[in-house]
Unconditional design. Structure first.
Ligand code: HEM
Lengths: 316, 218
């Protein structure tokens, strides 16, 4: 597999953010404490805690990272609600500890991992990835995590393994978007996503537990999420409680909701439009002019071979 | 209603209709438009277009239901403000969102049903805005003018359809607007049916009187 070395990114840019963040998360933490005196101290989420990771330059795009504030206030996370500001507003309802992730299915060594055990299992890396939302906007985010492949290999997939299925926590108490509303509901909960086994094992696919040098904020999918940078954002399941190795292609939440709009593959592709809008361009959050969307979100060199010979119009 | 009350009322409507725009300008100046300012501005302008358009369509139902007729004098002002907001909404799309990328813009008008109906709604509002002056009403004649301005119902239906089609699954607002529009149009339909029935009844009554008179004479 060819991983192209990205031109060096000025590390000062990120360091600057760190400082900004630490100050900010301290303030946010203080505000949260002041606003929620009834919450027992022991149950306070570790949001804002710094997280050490080794920077992986081969996996760092040259584009400057998006403002942390944008990445934590402009989110699609339907479990909290359909509006972009719902996740930040309601994030405090999610309790990322205690948390377990069940890894099972067609594997020789199924296991339910405690989240803190999972985080210590493999060395954490920092990778700066582009994120392209199916709605036509994009960000650049320094994630912290480890290759999903490390975990999958550890549980030893059997010969029947063909796909990997992710399930997000189902709990309407913590996720108000999962409560049945007056007008029915938005998705068939729990949120299910999936990848082909080779996609899941690809070195770019990251199991993510942090960003911007700190523990993953709740609104960004705490405590653990997938990041698949060459696919539209919704393919990267958040707040994962189960990773199941299966033989059949999983039926994903968005596919069930609107099969002609959101395909199983959902690779970023400027030449295949969403039925309601063009995917040729995107707005990078923080920029004024639209920019051209790149094939596979700019990761074509690394992933195009996975889809050799496939009609990407049919398998959108 | 006195001249003064009327003036105060109109001033209030002006202020209420300019407030959302003022708020946008304020948020722009204080850098408070959120992570995606262009989307925020487009959506806010679209929301207010629809709200003011529906407000302009609420004046007649108020008269029909409660017999208060002073809101009728606000119809034109509200209609023109709706037009003003949709022009801004449209301009932001062209200038700020796509920066005069005509190829993309024109393709979108034909390829994206939600854009198609939006542009159609805007187009229908142009002749209505152009004929909103008292001079134009006189020039066209009341009957023609009234018939022409029935187009606002079509524009409102297309405006709601625009929102229904652009909204992603799970967003309920467009259906609330659709419900409101349904009620506003339903009240008119009910009134129309009622008047039709009364007219029929009068017609039948007159006919029977004439028949009786004729019989008496014979
Ligand atoms: C009477 C005519 C129109 C009405 C009532 C209207 C109303 C709306 C409303 C209510 C929204 C959604 C706001 C939200 O999500 O909160 C919207 C969004 C939008 N409208 Fe319009 N609109 C009209 C005409 C147009 C026209 C002529 C265009 C451009 C050709 C246009 C382009 C858009 C776009 C691009 C969006 C944003 C879609 C998105 O962010 O996903 N609209 N409009």
């Amino acid at each position: 597999m060819l991983i192209r070395h990205a031109p060096d990114i000025k590390s000062s840019e990120i360091t600057g953010f760190r400082l900004y963040l630490n100050r900010r998360s301290f303030l946010m933490g203080a505000a949260a404490l002041a606003l929620a005196p009834s919450r027992p101290a022991a149950a306070a989420p570790p949001t804002g805690q710094s997280l050490k990771a080794t920077r992986h330059e081969a996996f760092a795009v040259p584009d400057p990272p998006t403002k942390f504030e944008s990445v934590t206030t402009y989110n699609n996370f339907y479990e909290f609600g359909v509006n972009k500001d719902d996740p930040a507003r309601l994030a405090h309802l999610l309790k990322p500890r205690p948390w377990t992730v069940q890894v099972d299915g067609h594997v020789a060594r199924p296991k339910t991992y405690d989240i803190d055990e999972l985080i210590r299992l493999f060395p954490l890396e920092e990778r700066v990835y582009r994120l392209r939302c199916v709605e036509g906007w994009s960000m650049v985010i320094p994630w912290i995590g480890f290759p999903l492949a490390s975990l999958i290999k550890r549980v030893e997939p059997t010969g029947k393994a063909g796909f990997v299925e992710f399930t997000t926590l189902l709990d309407p108490e913590q996720f108000p978007g999962q409560r049945k509303g007056l007008f029915g509901f938005s998705l068939d909960w729990p949120y299910v996503e999936g990848l082909r086994l080779d996609e899941a094992l690809h070195p770019l696919t990251l199991l993510t537990v942090g960003m911007y040098g700190q523990v993953l904020p709740n609104q960004d999918g705490a405590p653990v999420r997938a990041v698949v940078p060459w696919k539209y954002g919704f393919k990267s399941a958040k707040s994962i409680v189960r990773i199941r190795v299966v033989s059949e292609q999983p039926k994903t939440a968005w596919e069930k909701a609107a099969p002609h709009e959101y395909g199983f593959y959902s690779n970023v592709n400027p030449t295949v439009d969403h039925p309601r809008w063009s995917q040729a361009t995107e707005r990078r959050i923080g920029e004024f002019r639209r920019r051209k969307t790149l094939m596979f979100n700019g990761y074509a060199d690394q992933v195009a071979s996975l889809y050799a010979g496939m009609d990407l119009r049919k398998y959108f | 209603m006195s001249q003064r009350t009327r003036f105060a009322l109109k001033t209030a409507v002006w202020e209420a209709c300019l407030l959302p725009l003022a708020l946008l300008v304020y948020r722009f100046q204080t850098d408070a438009l959120g992570a995606n300012p262009i989307e925020y501005v487009t959506r806010t302008l679209g929301d207010w277009t629809l709200r003011i358009l529906l407000a302009s369509l609420s004046m007649t139902p108020l008269r029909l239901l409660f017999g208060i007729s002073w809101p009728m004098s606000l119809r034109r002002l509200l209609g023109l403000f709706a037009f003003f907001y949709v022009c801004l909404h449209f301009s932001v799309w062209i200038v700020v969102d796509h920066f005069f990328d005509w190829e993309q813009l024109i393709a979108d008008v034909f390829k994206r049903p939600y854009i198609t109906v939006g542009v159609l709604a805007l187009t229908l509002l142009v002749p209505l805005a152009a004929t909103s002056t008292t001079r134009m009403v006189k020039w066209l004649g009341g009957a023609t003018w009234r018939r022409l301005h029935k187009l606002v119902y079509v524009a409102a239906v297309l405006g709601v359809l625009h929102y229904v089609w652009l909204a992603k699954k799970g967003v309920v607002d467009p259906f609330i607007y659709a419900g409101v529009l349904g009620v506003l149009l339903g009240i008119r339909l009910w009134d129309w049916a009622r008047r039709l029935a009364t007219r029929r009844w009068h017609h039948a009554e007159t006919e029977s009187v004439i028949r009786r008179l004729l019989a008496d004479g014979g």
